[in-house]
Design a protein around this ligand. Structure first.
Ligand code: NAG
Ligand code: NAG
Ligand code: NAG
Ligand code: NAG
Ligand code: NAG
Ligand code: NAG
Ligand code: NAG
Length: 252
């Protein structure tokens, strides 16, 4: 009984929903000119998402005028704050514009900083080097922001981070977009990143890639391995076949 009922119902519901869809479509197109007028007055409710940020090149030089920290990256701030105009907490994405950013920084034997400042905010990276293990990492991020729509200035600091783990003399690279969680209110999104905070000798050292990029490498490696195995099988089959035919001639 049940399958019969379902079979009979199916086209009916399909036609019904089709009619419903057509009906909604008609009412929407009909309502469009009238609903457009009140819409223009109210602000858009969903935040506009900017595209990926432009990649910037930032260098820190030491007292000798030689470059001691190299960085190339696109940066996007993801912050949540209390918006004065809408009266509620909003999530906002802000791209750093390399042409507007003023960079500065310092290089010490076991600590290096890079500060990037724009009109309404500044962002500071702190890298630490462990001189016994010769490994470095991004240990701190600090953001000050004073956007026009903020009821009070925004500050997010975390000095116990463990991002961008690299080896002295090498650079750290992450081509893929990566979200670095700093505090509950602030996440830093990085794009096409390559940094070297220590042991810079004119240019970037050999790159150590992040796990995200390594995942990308896995597919070509698997395909390559499969092809190698296939070639090996073909060669073996050929050799075995040749040996057999030789053995055949010998017995004749
Ligand atoms: C930073 O250094 C790199 C390598 O030395 C150089 O190619 C680049 O132009 C420099 N960028 C800036 C902004 O000085
Ligand atoms: C500056 O250069 C001098 C001489 O080349 C060198 O001894 C010194 O270590 C350098 N200082 C830094 C901070 O690189
Ligand atoms: C921004 O951060 C919020 C909360 O951490 C998260 O839900 C959202 O996906 C993030 N957006 C982007 C584009 O990173
Ligand atoms: C960042 O902004 C804060 C607040 O305006 C200011 O006190 C601090 O000196 C700035 N830091 C940099 C590196 O510009
Ligand atoms: C530096 O590395 C050594 C060896 O891996 C480790 O024992 C030590 O705790 C590290 N020091 C810091 C400050 O992390
Ligand atoms: C935020 O809004 C309040 C009233 O809505 C206003 O008094 C105050 O000046 C505004 N603050 C800023 C920074 O715009
Ligand atoms: C700082 O980062 C660490 C590691 O990601 C996290 O466990 C900690 O909660 C963060 N601190 C704050 C104040 O958000």
């Amino acid at each position: 009984m049940i399958p019969v009922i379902l079979k009979q119902n199916m086209p009916v519901t399909a036609i019904f929903s089709l009619l419903l869809a057509l009906n909604i479509d008609q009412t929407m197109t009909a309502a469009d000119p009238t609903s457009a007028a009140p819409k223009s007055g109210s602000p858009p409710s969903s935040p506009v998402t900017p595209g990926p940020p432009e990649r910037g090149s930032y260098n820190v030089t030491n007292a000798n005028d030689s470059v001691c920290l190299l960085a190339q990256m696109g940066l996007q701030l993801n912050i949540s704050y209390f918006s004065n105009s809408s009266g509620k907490v909003v999530q906002e994405l802000l791209n750093l514009d390399p042409n507007q950013v003023k960079s500065s920084g310092s290089c010490d034997p076991d600590q290096a900083t890079l500060s990037l400042a724009e009109d309404h905010f500044n962002l500071t990276f702190t890298f630490s080097l462990n001189s016994t293990s010769n490994k470095y990492h991004l240990s701190g991020l600090e953001l000050f922001a004073a956007l026009p729509d903020m009821s009070k200035s925004f500050e997010a600091v975390n000095t116990t981070l463990k991002f961008m783990l690299g080896t002295l003399g090498h650079s750290y690279m992450c081509q893929k977009e990566k979200a670095l969680s700093v505090t509950q209110e602030f996440t830093l999104n990085t794009f096409q990143l390559q940094v070297q905070p220590f042991g810079v000798n004119g240019d970037f050292g050999a790159a150590e890639e992040c796990e995200l990029d390594e995942d990308d490498m896995l597919i070509p490696i698997i395909v390559g391995a499969a092809l190698a195995v296939l070639v090996l099988i073909v060669i073996m089959a050929y050799l075995v076949g040749r040996n057999r035919s030789r053995a055949g001639y010998q017995t004749i």
